[in-house]
Design a protein around this ligand. Structure first.
Ligand code: WT7
Length: 633
């Protein structure tokens, strides 16, 4: 078991040691895991190409550390506690022993379908226990899992399946989300029509009993596991073998497949989980994310299970059947550690305090926040209403690419400051640079957030395109990983994340590229050109504002907006629907033809009177036209 810091002084000492002797520091953590073969070197790295390797030569399997090593001491303890969408349905509790058996059984089912080490398996599933089981089953046999959030469209799914050249898709007949019943299998069928030539099998979980159409490649989950043994020896994995691919949006082009590897990810997942949340034996831990995002990978599945925790999984949504659902679940299961997103906090805050006050939340010890900057008002509400003014809130900053939490208070150990993620975890060396890449001296500063030294769970590459990884993260500033975020640091070294400085939006904690949404909008036959920007939104953090140039006939009316929404839902999914749409005769451009997004962002934010000098534009007159119409949408 990795070590847990328990005092501020220990944090300070651990941090200093992690900087002065990173190899010794990380070896101490790594040595608490089970390895089939011990690593020979702790780390070798350079950030130019880049090449980063941790625990070199080590052989392990993350599922041995998540499951097998707990069987003796906590076999009967609940590993996964599942709460259904329907509040009247029974919860499911899987002990470590049961989870082990079911993971092994499904691993054998995958093997029987010809899946082996290095093969890619896409999981497009509801938040049911089988999703966690199947994720771990892939890891058991060394197959590379790629979980695709089940809210993405058939087209988005197909492009991920194609990029990963997945051999198998795992899905379910349907998905219960709030009042909705989503026909998941039929979305997979549509994706298969769009491409997915690499797919040999689709394994379908009998989940909601929804009618499905059946094809040659389809196999019911229940048939796949029939007769399969509940023992499956773990595939020995090199530390640097890929564990999973997770697609995420960037400022250009299609989403990229962020690749995480077995050894380093494992070490950092447990280490960060235990320290940030100050997990103690027997704590009931609940992260409300979906396993389709990195938060679910690291802090529903791997981190908690590595630590031997009880991890809750929730099928539903925060507002079904009412805005008290989260708190009802905390009360029902005596949740001790609760980790959610600012967008959920703001949405629930808007529903009124009575929903929180109705339930007994006295079991709670630690509150967490993730995914976007948490504004001071939401932080205070969370602290006072949910935390009764006494619980620590850990505002955790990290990214799909970082694999685990990078900057965050350690609950109850280091200080919290509203809207600050505060201090880096031991082993993490952030810095702020200016546009030229000059590092700001220690102390108070503002700049672009970079990381100077590798950490075990950092991305290794982007699937199938290493150059893209180099260009996106390692080319802006030599010798540093560039996060894409801007940040401010106070005199005590605490960081406040200001948000993305690139063309990436964060809508309700979901990451979307402006280019990705524009490409979707441009699919509409009436659209000539579009420009998408994020703007401040009370609940979502950022909303999507789309400026669209159209062929004759299209107008600023609800029908056209609905038609655009339809293509966006088809190309990406409901999360990418523009909140505001404005048909414009032209877009403000520089003389070299580049869209001036800065101006569009200001107008979208309602700050059209603070544009400054626009006279150098190719078409300065358009600014007034856009401004006068923007107020109406
Ligand atoms: C981007 C990464 C990491 C889990 C979920 C999101 C923003 C994330 C915070 C925070 C301010 C945050 C950043 C980051 N972000 N956490 N605590 N405070 N901003 O992962 O989809 O990869 O998005 O989310 O802008 O770059 P992701």
């Amino acid at each position: 078991m990795t070590l847990r810091i328990t005092t501020k002084e220990e944090y300070q000492l651990a941090y200093e040691k992690s900087v002065s002797s990173p190899r010794t520091f990380w070896a101490e953590q790594a040595d608490t895991f089970e390895w089939f073969e011990k690593y020979k070197e702790v780390v070798e790295w350079e950030f130019d190409t880049p090449s980063v390797k941790w625990f070199i030569g080590g052989k392990t399997n993350i599922t041995v550390n998540c499951l097998d090593r707990h069987l003796k001491g906590r076999g009967e303890q609940t590993a996964i506690l599942w709460e259904a969408n329907d509040p009247n349905a029974e919860s499911i509790s899987l002990s470590y022993k049961e989870l082990h058996s079911r993971v092994c059984q499904f691993a054998n089912a995958l093997k029987a379908q010809g899946v082996g080490k290095g093969d890619r398996v896409v999981l497009y599933m509801p938040m049911v226990v089988e999703l966690a089981i199947a994720t771990l089953a892939c890891a058991r046999i060394g197959a590379i899992h790629s979980v695709v959030f089940a809210g993405f469209s058939a087209s988005a799914l197909a492009s991920r399946v194609d990029d990963a050249t997945a051999k198998v898709i795992l899905t379910a007949d349907g998905n219960n989300r709030g009042k909705k019943h989503i026909p998941v299998k039929s979305i997979v069928d549509d994706a298969l029509k769009l491409g997915c030539k690499s797919v040999e099998r689709v394994i379908v979980l009998n989940n909601t009993g929804l009618d499905v159409t059946w094809g040659d490649r389809d196999l019911w989950w229940s048939d796949a596991i029939k007769g399969q043994s509940i023992q499956c020896s773990p595939e020995p994995m090199d530390s640097e073998d890929p564990l999973f691919i997770l697609y995420t949006s960037g400022s250009t082009g299609k989403p990229k497949g962020v690749v995480h590897t077995c050894g380093g990810y494992m070490v950092y997942a447990e280490y960060s989980f235990k320290n940030v949340f100050q997990y103690e034996e027997k704590d009931i831990y609940w992260c409300t994310a979906d396993i389709g995002w990195i938060t679910g990978h690291t802090y529903i599945v791997y981190g908690p299970l590595l630590a031997g925790a009880t991890s809750m999984m929730f099928e539903g949504v925060p507002t079904f059947p009412d805005a008290g659902r989260f708190w009802q679940i905390c009360d029902k299961h005596n949740v001790n550690i609760f980790y959610t997103a600012p967008t959920a906090i703001r949405a629930l805050m808007a529903c009124g305090d009575e929903w929180v006050e109705k339930y007994d939340l006295s079991s709670l010890k630690v509150l967490g926040s993730v995914g976007e900057p948490i504004n001071e008002e939401a932080w205070q509400w969370y602290s006072e209403k949910v935390g009764k003014g006494i619980l620590p809130i850990v505002d955790t900053w990290w990214q799909t690419e970082t694999g685990g939490i990078m900057i965050s208070p350690l609950a109850g150990i280091t200080d919290t400051i509203p809207s600050y993620a505060t201090l880096p975890l031991p082993g993490i060396q952030p810095c702020l640079v200016d546009a030229e890449g000059i590092e700001q001296p220690a102390g108070e500063a503002e700049g672009l957030l970079c990381i100077k030294h590798p950490w075990p769970s950092m991305l290794r590459t982007t699937w199938g395109d290493h150059q893209r990884c180099q260009l996106t993260y390692f080319s802006a500033f030599k010798g540093m990983y560039f996060t894409g975020d801007g940040a401010r640091r106070n005199a005590d070294g605490a960081y406040r994340i200001l948000g993305r400085v690139d063309d990436v939006m964060n809508v309700s904690g979901h990451r979307l590229g402006t280019a990705e949404v524009e490409n979707a909008i441009n699919e509409h036959e009436a659209v000539i050109e579009s420009a998408v920007v994020g703007y401040p939104h009370d609940i979502k953090g950022q909303g999507i504002f789309a400026y669209v140039i159209c062929k004759d006939g299209a107008a600023n009316d609800p029908e056209f907006k609905a038609a655009i929404n339809k293509v966006v839902v088809k190309e990406i999914g409901p999360i990418a629907k523009p909140d505001k749409l404005l048909v414009v005769p032209a877009l403000p451009k520089t003389r070299s033809g580049k869209i001036m997004r800065r101006i569009l962002r200001k107008i979208a934010a309602g700050e059209g009177d603070q544009l400054g000098d626009v006279s150098t534009l190719l078409n300065p007159e358009i600014v007034e036209t856009i401004k006068s119409h923007a107020a109406d949408v």
